[in-house]
Design a protein around this ligand. Structure first.
Ligand SMILES: [Zn+2]
Ligand SMILES: [Zn+2]
Length: 373
């Protein structure tokens, strides 16, 4: 059986999203049919819109969905119709990497998340009779209904507003997970965050939760630095400031314990690396653009015990970490509402424009009855 639903189709690289009717399959084994209530827009969606996926279009993007389970396929035991779920990234939960507790690096992750297809290569949606890429992060949440996998769905408290739940699936998990899971930052340690967007600001909120002694934020925008301060940054710097790394090294007396690159640019990664102290760790979160830039690092800088690590999805297991973030929010320690900016689904191109022009930090599309932007 097929269901007629609405989805935002991307038909050409950097083109607009066009909302149209598509046919969605019924759930297969291990899948959930989810009525989407909201979906965040993440920088990864924009990078894929700009052609990073190199897969044929049209495609339905979106990977920060939340909604209500309508039906479940064979073999689904932990979910039932009526459950509220947050959709995160796909992992097989069975390979050696998943079993070791790091599902973000699942050996089947690339096939299940960024091919635009299911891990077996099939597509859940058809448009004008033709299959389209519609399983981005096993959800393609820029749609009113999607097929998710039981491995990338997390059952959550239905009382939290959808515009707060949606971005937990990727952006907020990535920033907060980097600090709390990948770094396991301890009270009294220092963090520097380059890029105060949704990911960087989530990292800053998490650093306050962990009791960081100083949290440095760097961004191009004075408004974002002001917000970073309100959310926990102790020192802020404009990215254009001359001798930025020297100033930060001086301020931190030789560098920070942890630095995070949240932009995806080689020169910013180099700055983050340079302000990390010996035995400290510099983490890369930003997704580089299609040109796949390279970075040059001083070998001596590594030799003195600095670590450089790439971090996907905060190295967090969504089944454990998303409920933890929801609890922190309930305690008033993770104020998601400061970052989330709702748009009606029909205004998806405005949301994308506002994200690209940095006027909205975390646009969230409301699939039903969203207020005007
Ligand atoms: Zn796996
Ligand atoms: Zn994302």
């Amino acid at each position: 059986m097929r269901h007629s639903v609405r989805a935002a189709l991307l038909q050409e690289v950097n083109g607009p999203f066009v909302i149209d009717e598509v046919e969605l399959e019924s759930p297969r084994a291990n899948e959930l049919l989810v009525r989407v209530t909201a979906s965040g827009v993440c920088h990864t969606d924009l990078t894929y819109r700009a052609g990073a996926g190199r897969f044929p279009l049209p495609a339905v993007l979106g990977h920060e969905g939340t909604g209500v389970v309508q039906a479940v396929g064979e073999g689904v035991t932990d979910f039932a119709p009526g459950d509220t779920v947050v959709l995160s990234y796909f992992s097989c939960r069975a390979c050696a990497t998943c079993v070791s507790g790091h599902p973000a690096y699942c050996q089947h992750g690339p096939a299940g998340n960024v091919s635009g297809a299911r891990p077996d290569g099939s597509f859940p949606m058809r448009w004008k009779g033709q299959p389209v890429r519609s399983s981005f992060f096993h959800q393609s949440s820029f749609a009113t209904h999607v097929l998710a996998h039981q491995h990338n769905a997390v059952k959550v408290d239905a009382s939290v507003p959808p515009e707060l739940l949606a971005p937990l699936g990727c952006g907020f998990q990535t920033g907060a997970g980097a600090v709390l899971e990948a770094f396991r930052l301890q009270a009294g340690q220092q963090l520097a965050v380059f890029g105060a967007g949704a990911v960087g600001l989530a990292a800053i909120m998490a650093a306050r939760v962990a009791g960081a002694s100083s949290v440095i934020a760097v961004d191009l925008s004075p408004e974002r630095l002001e917000l970073a301060r309100e959310l926990g940054a102790t020192d802020t710097f404009l990215a254009t400031e001359p001798d930025l790394t020297k100033t930060i090294l001086k301020r931190t007396r030789g560098g920070v314990d942890f630095a995070l690159e949240c932009v995806g640019l080689p020169q910013v990664l180099r700055q983050a690396f340079d302000v990390t102290r010996s035995l400290g760790t510099c983490g890369l979160l930003g997704l580089p653009g299609r040109d796949n830039p390279n970075v040059t690092l001083p070998m001596m800088g590594l030799l003195v015990g600095r670590r450089l690590v790439g971090i996907l999805e905060g190295d967090a297991d969504p089944k454990l970490f998303i409920p933890r973030l929801i609890n922190l929010h309930a305690e008033g320690r993770f104020p998601l509402e400061r970052l989330s900016c709702p748009y009606p689904f029909e205004a998806i191109n405005d949301a994308v424009h506002d994200m690209e022009t940095r006027t909205a930090i975390k646009p969230v599309l409301l699939m039903e009855g969203g207020c005007s932007p």
